[in-house]
Design a protein around this ligand. Structure first.
Ligand code: SF4
Ligand code: F3S
Length: 111
């Protein structure tokens, strides 16, 4: 039951989550983080750290964001060299993007 980062993270990337993960399961993309399902130990620590409530256990992901389960797995592999385990500055327009919906088309996969 790995945890999954969902749409609210896109174009926010507050990164508070990555600093608390005991197994360094977070991988960084240009405007989104993904959790590597092969690393996550389901400790639940990251969930309350995210100011936009982007993180869910995979069996509690809201139905409209179920595609993010496979997306985290795929992006964690693509971004395997981009381990993030500390907090960085959020993206410059994070607070504006925090309340937006329908952001999947804005996801950047390539560094
Ligand atoms: Fe890391 Fe725990 Fe979050 Fe999994 S649930 S990504 S182990 S902090
Ligand atoms: Fe994203 Fe929330 Fe972490 S916005 S980077 S999942 S703290």
């Amino acid at each position: 039951m790995p945890y999954v980062v969902t749409e609210p993270c896109i174009n926010c990337k507050y990164t508070n989550c990555a600093a608390v993960c005991p197994v360094d399961a977070f991988r960084e993309g240009p405007n989104f983080l993904a959790i590597d399902p092969n690393e996550c130990i389901d400790c639940d620590a990251c969930v309350t750290e995210c100011p936009v409530e982007a993180i869910y256990p995979d069996d509690e992901v809201p139905s409209e964001w179920e595609s993010y389960i496979a997306l985290n797995e795929r992006l964690a592999e693509a971004w395997a060299d981009h381990v993030i385990n500390e907090t960085k500055d959020s993206l410059p327009s994070a607070d504006e993007w925090a309340s937006k919906t329908g952001k999947l088309g804005d996801l950047k996969e390539e560094w």
